[in-house]
Design a protein around this ligand. Structure first.
Ligand code: PMP
Length: 286
């Protein structure tokens, strides 16, 4: 049975879903997106993703008149129609079909293109990598400077993932002016003593939905948090490291540029935070 996807108000088999070749998302990368995880058929962090979507749209002067309840209904409909118990919902809004290619935005009132689809991932919460941890390389951060807007311009992060793969590792951490900004598709943290250190929010990083919740849960669990930049050398001397993202939750990092952390084993803080995050997110799933 083919997957049912959503395109501009219609639910269609994926083979029948189309978007114009003139779409601004296709021609200019002029689109924003969100990825929301599903566990036990329920949506995690829905409000956080909707708040960030609204902000991304507004920062780019894009409009989309779907309400929070309509977004929720589409998410739920796709999850139900595709029998997703564990996986993700991908959502993309582009500036729509501009007709002829033009750098200027199309006239106000041009409808955006709205696409959503599910990706079923049984076992998402039991990723075996979370037990052994992942290894990262560092790479210069060559992205644009509005990383706080979640756009589909993901070529450089793709190149970074390919560079990590070529080096036999799992992911890449971006470095700018000597400090780590974030991972190729995640926010990053180190642990030293009883402190969790992560870069503060600014236009230099995406404001992770997972990050916001995790820091709240960590504070509630009396853990100490310091929001500031750190270097690769500091990360290599840390007790532990990990990253967060909507689809990987909390993922331990056991090696940074060939230097093992915690003897190359997943540490207690990352393990505990992953448990807390999954428990709390499941409780709040809708
Ligand atoms: N930073 C970047 C560059 C990302 O692509 C992502 C994943 N979307 C994140 C951080 C983590 O954000 P979230 O927790 O909202 O998935």
């Amino acid at each position: 049975m083919s997957r049912i996807v959503y395109v501009n108000g219609q639910y269609l088999p994926e083979e029948e879903a189309t978007v114009s070749i003139f779409d601004r998302g296709f021609v200019m990368g002029d689109a924003v997106y969100e990825v929301t995880s599903v566990l036990e058929g329920k949506i995690l962090e829905f409000e956080g993703h909707m708040t960030r979507l609204a902000r991304s749209l507004s920062e780019l002067e894009m409009t989309c008149d779907l309400t929070r309840d309509q977004w929720l209904e589409i998410h739920r409909e796709l999850i139900a129609r595709n029998n997703v118990t564990e996986g993700m919902v991908y959502l993309q809004v582009s500036r729509g079909n501009a007709g002829d290619r033009d750098f200027h935005y199309p006239p106000a009132g041009t409808p955006p293109t709205v696409v959503l689809y599910t990706q079923s991932k049984p076992g998402l919460a039991d990723d075996p990598k979370a037990k052994v941890g992942i290894k990262v390389i560092s790479i210069p951060d060559l992205r644009w400077h509005r990383r706080d807007i979640k756009t589909v311009q993901l070529l450089y992060p793709s190149m970074a993932k390919m560079a990590a793969e070529k080096a036999g590792k799992h992911d890449a951490w971006f470095v700018e002016d000597g400090f780590v900004t974030e991972g190729s598709s995640n926010n990053v943290y180190i642990v030293k003593g009883n402190k969790i250190i992560t870069r503060q929010l600014s236009n230099d990083i995406l404001h992770g939905v997972t990050r916001a919740s995790l820091l709240k849960y960590a504070a509630e669990a009396q853990m100490e948090i310091e929001e500031r930049p750190f270097t690769i050398v500091e990360a290599q001397a840390a007790d532990e490291a990990f990253f967060t993202s909507a689809s990987a939750f909390v993922m331990p990092v056991v090696e940074v540029d060939d230097v093992a952390l915690n003897g190359g084993k997943v540490g207690p803080v990352a393990t505990r935070l992953r448990e807390i995050y999954l428990d709390e997110s499941r409780k709040r799933a809708i």
